[in-house]
Design a protein around this ligand. Structure first.
Ligand code: ZN
Length: 164
């Protein structure tokens, strides 16, 4: 159950979106100014709200437990992500390469031949597994900085002195 968590990230903690997507969690970024809209989306799509806005925490849907929201304590992205991982017991290796970091779409597998003209030659020659975003058409492969970021994230969440 807990692995099915989905999120909506308030614009005051926007950097969390990318890190949650790296782990494979479906994460919407809310860039509007009307909190009611964010709350409505969260309820409709069963998403956990991540915010620094104490007003949201006082709403009836949140205090009653109908809607889950986490009040982020720090203004530092690395401490924010650690708080979320620890509070909700997230798995940093939940679903690597599942979600587009830019637009939160589920990634689809592509064959080496399909991406031939879209990736640098040295990548084509050394990588045989690719995934593509159906929305923005970005192509990801394991040799990207993705792997490094996942490692960083894991190390970081285990080591309180670490930095992203
Ligand atoms: Zn995309």
């Amino acid at each position: 159950m807990i692995s099915n968590l989905k999120f909506i990230v308030d614009n005051n903690v926007g950097k969390l979106a990318k890190w949650l997507r790296i782990m494979g969690y479906d994460t919407r970024f809310f860039d509007g100014s009307d909190d009611s809209q964010m709350v409505a989306t969260a309820l409709k799509e069963d998403r956990v709200i991540l915010t620094r806005d104490t007003q949201i925490m006082k709403r009836g849907v949140v205090t009653s437990g109908r809607l889950k929201a986490v009040l982020i304590q720090s203004d530092k992205p690395e401490q924010q992500i650690r708080q979320v991982v620890e509070t909700l017991k997230l798995d940093c290796q939940f679903r690597p390469f599942a979600i587009c970091l830019e637009c939160n779409q589920p990634l689809k597998e592509s064959s080496q031949q399909q991406v031939r003209d879209q990736v640098p030659l040295y990548v084509f020659q050394t990588q045989n597994q690719y995934v593509e975003c159906p929305a923005c058409h970005r192509i990801y492969w394991r040799g990207t900085h993705w792997q490094a970021m996942t490692k960083k994230l894991e190390k970081f969440t285990k080591d309180p002195a670490g930095e992203i």
